[in-house]
Write a protein that binds this ligand. Structure first.
Ligand code: NAP
Length: 525
């Protein structure tokens, strides 16, 4: 399949006419063909008009048909075969197993949402039957279901070219909810985006859905991205990227005459707590697990363990020595883009010059461009508490160990943390009381709490929470991974005293969709 450099406005392949981007192979710094000209204001407007025109039809598709659409996207992505894998590798520098795994995860994610759509639990149907005889006042017949918000703008993420990009989690959950999607492709992987975008467009056609259900735009965030967020037909935004980018989109969305929700997943340093008994009995294994998690994928994961918190003493010294040896031997890895590499170098450089932290060790250098080295730093609790810069995300394989003099300092450091996607506890039985004492604070700080594991590797399932208080995300009430992500794109509507014939199928007396409704306060079997 030849890459064209064209956007997709519904089914129409259309070339932009703003400044073009070209992907850069980060392993060589060489540009990749073709060029991808950016979309114009008129083209953004066309995509929004098409999405709006598609909305009312798409949102009432039968659940089975919508599920088949999601499955058809997965089938079409798999049918792209090696071409997708090769292009994604060239555009990201990520190795074959990672890209193959990510493709599997992307398709599994789509199929999981298909299962969710079919089950219909997300419609959250509640029925309170009329009580005409109630005293002193009768009660009306009241029925509630969830309806989709409207067209959603999705910003593809740089670090997941498949699983959080054109047909990734945000797109899958919005489509599952019944929302048309317009993707603003990430400039790091436009070819991968075009291939996946065309796969989605084929699925739209195959499933005979309204043509504006999906569009794919190229161009800069500040032009195409902001124009999308400000278009009155866009009703929600999904984003993964930098804190500054996420905040810019939140501000634009709030400044609209009709403000809309932005679900931005931004920045997290994912604290790992090493409790004394665990550190004493298995410090070496913990150091191995930590460095493996830290260096995986050149550390370019939102769940990368960027902060370790423990009591100072010989056991922590041994942990640091073992981790330092492993980091020292760890090879440099190609980072995703020259921009991300430069931002990482700057972040690490700033920490190296910060008097409140000391560098312990640096990993191996690499040959070629954009080679991210691993780094380990240490600080004291009082310095960490005194300097907010020590909480800045370094997007790469760098971590800071906070040495605490006592449990009170651990408590203060925990309380001082910004919002996080994850918090990890390494503990043995003897540590349980100490861990229990920290839990109320950690529940306030993080979206996912783990015991004796590592935060990298996020399961796509019903119970997952990939979210958390700011700056981990812009809205701590939701998740961007897992089936609960569908809830971001829904809102409740109540129907009062409707004749059965006017009610949507989900709310009809005969319950034709066989949903487990909340009927007069009781969940149906
Ligand atoms: P980014 O710079 O935030 O870009 C992500 C997307 O948002 C791009 O499409 C970008 O458009 C757009 N955008 C950025 N700033 C914008 C603004 N002010 N107004 C409108 N749109 C804007 O993220 P990135 O390129 O993926 O990586 C840069 C840094 O983000 C990394 O070094 C890292 O620190 C952080 N990051 C964090 C995570 C995480 O999960 N925590 C993931 C990825 C990146 P353009 O195409 O114009 O750039």
């Amino acid at each position: 399949m030849t890459l064209t450099g064209n956007m997709l406005i519904g089914p129409h392949a259309i070339c932009g006419s703003r400044e073009a981007i070209r992907a850069i192979n980060p392993a060589t710094d060489q540009p990749l063909e073709p060029a991808y000209p950016g979309g114009t204001a008129e083209q953004v407007e066309q995509a929004c008009a098409l999405a709006w025109a598609a909305f009312d039809g798409y949102r009432e598709t039968p659940l089975g048909a919508r599920a088949e659409f999601l499955e058809a996207i997965a089938d079409e992505i798999e049918a792209l075969g090696d071409e997708l894998i090769e292009r994604a590798m060239a555009e990201t520098g990520l190795p074959l197993p990672r890209i193959q795994g990510e493709r599997g995860r992307t398709c599994q994610q789509l199929r999981t949402f298909a299962r969710t759509v079919r089950a219909g639990e997300w419609l959250d149907v509640r029925v309170d039957l009329a009580q005409p005889q109630r005293q002193p006042l009768p009660r009306a017949d009241l029925r509630q279901r969830q309806v989709p918000l409207g067209p959603v703008a999705v910003f593809g993420a740089s670090n997941f070219p498949l699983a959080f990009s054109v047909a990734g989690g945000d797109t899958a959950s919005a489509l599952a909810a019944g929302c048309p999607v317009i993707v603003k492709a990430h400039g790091a992987h436009p070819g991968t985006s075009e291939l996946v975008g065309r796969a989605v467009a084929r699925a739209v056609k195959k499933c005979d859905l309204p043509e504006g259900v999906f569009s794919l735009l190229f161009g800069s965030g500040r032009e195409v991205g902001i124009a999308l967020v400000c278009d009155p037909r866009i009703k929600a935004v999904g984003f993964t990227g930098s804190r500054s980018g996420g905040i810019a989109l939140c501000k634009a969305a709030q400044a609209r005459p009709e403000p809309i929700p932005v679900y931005a997943e931004m920045s997290s340093i994912n604290p790992v707590f090493l409790f004394p008994a665990a550190l004493q009995t298995r410090g070496e294994g913990l150091a191995q697990g930590f460095v493996a998690s830290l260096t995986q994928g050149a550390g370019q994961f939102c769940t990368n363990p960027g902060l370790v918190i423990a009591r100072q003493g010989p056991a922590l010294d041994d942990f640091i020595a073992t981790a330092a040896g492993l980091v020292h031997r760890s090879p440099a890895q190609t980072m995703l883009t020259p921009g991300i590499f430069n931002a990482y170098q700057q972040g690490v450089g700033a920490l190296a010059e910060n008097a409140h932290a000391q560098r312990v060790v640096t990993g191996q250098t690499g040959t070629g461009p954009n080679q991210g080295q691993a780094h380990l730093f240490v600080t004291r609790a009082q310095d960490f508490l005194a300097d907010q810069h020590l909480q800045a995300e370094m997007f790469g394989a760098a971590s800071l160990i906070v040495q605490c003099a006592n449990d009170e300092e651990i408590r203060q450091v925990t309380e001082h943390l910004e919002g996080q996607l994850t918090a990890t506890l390494h503990l043995d039985d003897a540590d349980l009381d100490q861990a229990r004492a920290l839990l109320p604070t950690l529940e306030r700080k993080a979206g996912r709490l783990l015991v004796n594991g590592w935060p990298t590797g996020v399961e796509v399932c019903d119970a997952m929470v990939h979210g958390g208080p700011f700056p981990a995300t812009s809205d701590p009430r939701t998740t961007s991974v897992g089936t609960a992500a569908i809830l971001r794109f829904l809102r409740p509507v109540c129907y009062q005293d409707f004749p059965d014939t006017l009610l949507p199928a989900a709310l009809k007396h005969s319950n034709p969709l066989q949903l487990r409704r909340l009927l007069d306060g009781q969940r149906e079997a």
